[in-house]
Design a protein around this ligand. Structure first.
Ligand SMILES: O=C(O)CCC(=O)C(=O)O
Length: 262
């Protein structure tokens, strides 16, 4: 499969609901290669970002390593995969799409904690909206082992306060008119090699992993070219000397689609 056969209905559904599920974006062979690469990358020293693979409360939500693509060729092949980036570009409606960062999110099956309801954009140092995540399943996932859940249309609620992922606040305390908001979550079970894309403002959650093996996902986060820095402290930009209003560009944030640009 060269290009993913993304339909207009899927693009409409992403824009209406704030997320969309896409089946078999990777072949079985690619899934096997990515599992091997991720396994190696999780063991290797991290030169470029967050490495939370210890025993804290946070690690019971998920073990996390950020920007694996920068250190590991086998992961880079997938984080920078033109098929995935082109889907991101079309969903975002952008002329050019850049990588923001990738991260592995491994939800342990022992003493596991849920990933609390949150939006992503409040954590990111971006002045614009429009960034989006590809959550790529490396194991079959359902409600027993930590599949993603989304609240349809919650991306229309605006950017709220960041949620504390260890001791989450009541999200209804954060939304200005909670009574008007339909908080009916939709679980999205996936087969390995399938994915969801979600808008940076869409509320999402994953239950604890009650399965018998870790739940492995690679999350690839994209931003439209032209996204500018807000000044918020973030592990991916903290050493770059950016000032508010500066474009988030450079070799850490390559243009991934269209191919051959930037
Ligand atoms: O994988 C999870 O449990 C949560 C994922 C998540 O919060 C995200 O991709 O933004």
């Amino acid at each position: 499969m060269a290009e993913y056969p993304l339909t207009e209905e899927q693009i409409d559904s992403y824009r209406r609901d704030g997320f969309v599920e896409l089946h078999d974006i990777l072949s079985a062979e690619e899934v096997a290669d990515l599992r091997d690469a991720l396994e190696e990358a999780m063991q290797a020293p991290s030169t470029s970002g967050v490495d939370r693979t210890g025993r804290s409360d946070y690690d019971r939500v998920f073990l996390q390593k950020v920007n694996l693509w920068a250190d590991h060729e086998g992961v880079r092949r997938f984080t920078c995969h033109p098929r995935i980036a082109e889907v991101a570009r079309r969903l975002a409606g952008a002329d050019r799409i850049r990588l923001w960062h990738d991260h592995a999110l491994i939800k342990p099956h022992v003493d596991s904690k849920p990933s609390p309801w949150h939006q992503d954009l409040p954590y990111w140092p971006m002045e614009q909206q429009g960034a989006l995540s590809c959550w790529l399943a490396l194991d079959d996932v359902d409600e027993t082992n930590g599949c993603m859940h989304f609240v349809p249309k919650s991306h229309t609620w605006g950017k709220l306060e960041p949620i504390n992922l260890i001791n989450p606040q009541d999200i209804f305390g954060l939304t200005p008119e909670p009574a008007e908001k339909d908080f009916t979550p939709r679980p999205v079970p996936l087969k390995a090699g399938s994915c969801t894309f979600h808008n940076g403002l869409t509320f999402h959650y994953a239950p604890a992993n009650r399965g018998s093996t870790p739940r492995r996902a690679l999350v690839i986060i994209f931003m439209p070219d032209g996204t500018t820095f807000s000044g918020k402290l973030h592990c991916v930009t903290h050493d770059l000397g950016l000032s508010p209003g500066d474009p988030i560009i450079g070799e850490r944030f390559p243009v991934l689609a269209p191919v051959g640009v930037g």
